[in-house]
Design a protein around this ligand. Structure first.
Ligand SMILES: *[C@@H]1O[C@H](CO)[C@@H](O)[C@H](O)[C@H]1NC(C)=O
Ligand SMILES: *[C@@H]1O[C@H](CO)[C@@H](O)[C@H](O)[C@H]1NC(C)=O
Ligand SMILES: *[C@@H]1O[C@H](CO)[C@@H](O)[C@H](O)[C@H]1NC(C)=O
Ligand SMILES: *[C@@H]1O[C@H](CO)[C@@H](O)[C@H](O)[C@H]1NC(C)=O
Ligand SMILES: *[C@@H]1O[C@H](CO)[C@@H](O)[C@H](O)[C@H]1NC(C)=O
Ligand SMILES: *[C@@H]1O[C@H](CO)[C@@H](O)[C@H](O)[C@H]1NC(C)=O
Ligand SMILES: *[C@@H]1O[C@H](CO)[C@@H](O)[C@H](O)[C@H]1NC(C)=O
Length: 535
């Protein structure tokens, strides 16, 4: 929305019912459930008296001219919920609508599966503008039913490149809101051709090929799908199978997929929290903020149910988007920790969020064995900047709780929660991790911050690893995470000026046989692919 000077964006749901008011518009005789909020904006919604899907809805937005634009979200959560924007275009002498949807915690993209028709009453005068339109949903898929206005929508549009892998000299890239494309790589490492393999818009991040290269797996927020895959032509069979379902559609909606090299029948699926603080996820049975393994050789008829099926590979992992296997086949996870945290002691609350908590590198272990250990979230966090927590002398990497009390103080974390192996700068938002060929380094993408001023991340780092009698581990002790823990290998100059629309924002890494890294970036409106190799 580059044209807007002032703006207001509303996330409304019918929880607002208590303060809504019925009103009728004389020009159309339509009666609306109306809600007047901040900035003098009134939103009116008229629904037909039916429970069948596929009905029309009439939306009316009336706003003071001073608001450059107004947005209305059709559900209480950001991703996968249709959004209507309106603004005045004086040159065209009208009020414009824009249909949008965000396919993750990212900039909303144009959304064409809702059909808009302008209605009488659309226009503006000296003080106000009104947008009045009839909206028909044309979606065909019900995965995205939110509790409210359960039309479900079938997300369209090409969003940002998210994650990809290599097969038969090709890159397979899943693009959030578009589907999966295959790209041939030339001798110089550059892409020479592109082909759409699967046009399925709810695929948003997870992608993996079976070890034999014959089955392609990809994930939406709620489901993991599988297709028969022909590597020679880079095409899939006509229909997909559902391998895992029952995952959440709120909050962190990417579901990273992986097959352990030593156990190629175990599909690993990582599921993040559904909010910044997802308290329910502290219960292992809930099946969020955890990693699970599913035996695809014993796939049930209708696939696995995520919370009840498979077995755990740790829980209390807030949002472990990056997964990597070391030389012994052990699973490692990088984790995006909470925002907006405060430390509250004896009723006094201190904002410590700028440099706490640390994002984490965790060791999960042998993926063929169930792991029901708790990794701390949403109670135990890792210290990044000890100086900000003045009531206690912490060291980097120590665990702490936000509000110590008689039954659960910082010390309880030591006995109850598995500590991270390395602490990463707070708000780095690590999203992928990959070992080098000889397992002496782990490369990690730091997507970059939004909850820190100045911003941080927007880079790729190298974590030196060692192997000794107790197996693989970072070379650095966790207490030295900030000095010897990792070094930058690809970064943006002046990171303090980076934002969601500025700078490259690395997401995922895939290596080719020359150890070159293809790195996706999903900054702003466009996706990019970078190639990084050693001279
Ligand atoms: C301008 O439009 C608003 C909203 O429809 C209306 O309340 C107001 O009376 C109008 N002003 C004039 C001068 O017509
Ligand atoms: C897939 O669909 C195409 C077009 O409808 C059809 O020609 C083809 O036979 C189908 N293939 C299989 C394996 O069902
Ligand atoms: C990291 O977590 C924060 C806080 O919930 C969230 O806003 C952000 O989008 C997350 N980043 C990614 C890339 O998961
Ligand atoms: C932290 O350590 C310093 C130096 O040893 C000491 O002066 C201070 O009282 C300690 N603070 C707390 C809260 O224990
Ligand atoms: C004490 O802290 C723990 C962990 O934060 C929390 O689950 C528990 O509810 C707290 N107890 C009381 C009495 O506040
Ligand atoms: C591992 O690979 C790196 C980079 O190619 C190289 O510098 C290092 O010497 C290798 N280490 C071993 C133990 O082979
Ligand atoms: C690492 O953190 C410690 C504790 O906050 C601090 O004393 C030290 O200067 C930091 N080192 C670097 C290289 O930032």
């Amino acid at each position: 929305m580059k044209t807007s000077v002032a703006g207001s964006l509303m996330l409304a749901s019918f929880a607002l019912g208590q303060i809504s008011k019925r009103y009728c518009d004389a020009s159309t005789s339509i009666c609306y459930t109306g809600w007047t909020g901040g900035n003098g904006v009134t939103i009116g919604v008229a629904l037909p008296d039916t429970t069948e899907s596929g009905f029309d809805t009439v939306l009316q937005i009336t706003s003071p001219i001073a608001n450059g634009w107004v947005g209305f979200s059709w559900g209480g959560t950001m991703p996968y919920v249709p959004l209507t924007l309106g603004w005045v275009n004086k040159a065209a002498n009208t009020v414009i609508y824009s249909s949008r949807m965000a396919f993750g915690l990212s900039l909303p993209q144009a959304y064409s599966s809702a059909e808009y028709t302008y209605m009488k009453g659309t226009g503006y005068n000296d003080t106000h503008w009104t947008l009045n339109c009839d909206i028909t949903n044309t979606r065909t898929d019900t995965n995205w039913c939110s509790k409210f206005l359960c039309w479900g929508f079938y997300p369209p549009f090409s969003g940002a490149d998210r994650k990809w892998l290599e097969s038969a000299g090709r890159l397979l890239i899943v693009q959030n809101g578009l589907g999966i494309t295959a790209h041939t790589i030339g001798n110089d490492g550059c892409l020479t051709s592109a082909k759409t393999v699967i046009a399925q818009r709810n695929l948003n991040h997870g992608i993996v090929l079976s070890a034999d290269g014959k089955t392609l797996y990809a994930s939406s927020a709620t489901q993991v799908y599988a297709w028969d895959y022909d590597a020679a032509t880079s095409s899939v069979g006509n229909s997909s199978r559902i391998v895992v379902s029952g995952m959440d559609s709120k909050g962190h909606v990417t579901r990273t997929l992986a097959f352990p090299p030593k156990h190629p029948h175990l599909l690993i699926v990582s599921h993040g929290s559904n909010d910044n603080f997802d308290y329910e996820a502290g219960n292992i049975k809930v099946g969020r903020s955890c990693i699970k393994a599913f035996d695809v050789k014993k796939l049930p008829m209708n696939g696995y149910d995520y919370p009840t099926g498979g077995y755990h590979l740790g829980y209390g992992l807030r949002n472990g988007v990056g997964l990597a296997f070391d030389g012994d086949g052990g699973l490692w996870e990088v984790e995006n920790a909470s925002d907006e945290i405060h430390r509250t002691v004896d009723g006094t609350s201190i904002d410590i969020h700028v440099d706490n908590p640390a994002d984490e590198l965790n060791y999960i272990g042998d993926p063929s064995k169930e792991n029901t250990q708790w990794y701390g979230y949403p109670t135990c966090y890792t210290v990044w900047k000890p100086d900000l927590i003045t009531d206690h002398n912490f060291t980097i990497g120590d665990q702490f709780v936000l509000t110590p009390n008689a039954t659960f103080a910082d010390a309880a974390c030591k006995t109850k929660s598995v500590a991270a192996k390395l602490a990463l700068q707070a708000h780095s938002a690590p999203l992928d991790a990959v070992f080098d060929k000889n397992f002496t380094s782990l490369y990690v993408t730091f997507h970059g911050s939004w909850n820190r001023n100045p911003s941080t991340g927007f880079k790729v780092v190298q974590v030196p690893f060692k192997k000794d009698a107790s197996g693989f581990s970072p070379k650095s002790a966790i207490a030295q995470s900030n000095s010897t823990g990792y070094t930058d290998i690809l970064w943006n100059p002046e990171v303090e000026h980076c934002s969601t629309t500025q700078c490259f924002r690395p997401v995922s890494i895939a290596k080719d046989r020359f150890e070159r890294m293809y790195i996706t970036s999903d900054s702003g409106m466009e996706g990019e692919l970078l190639l990084l190799g050693r001279a």
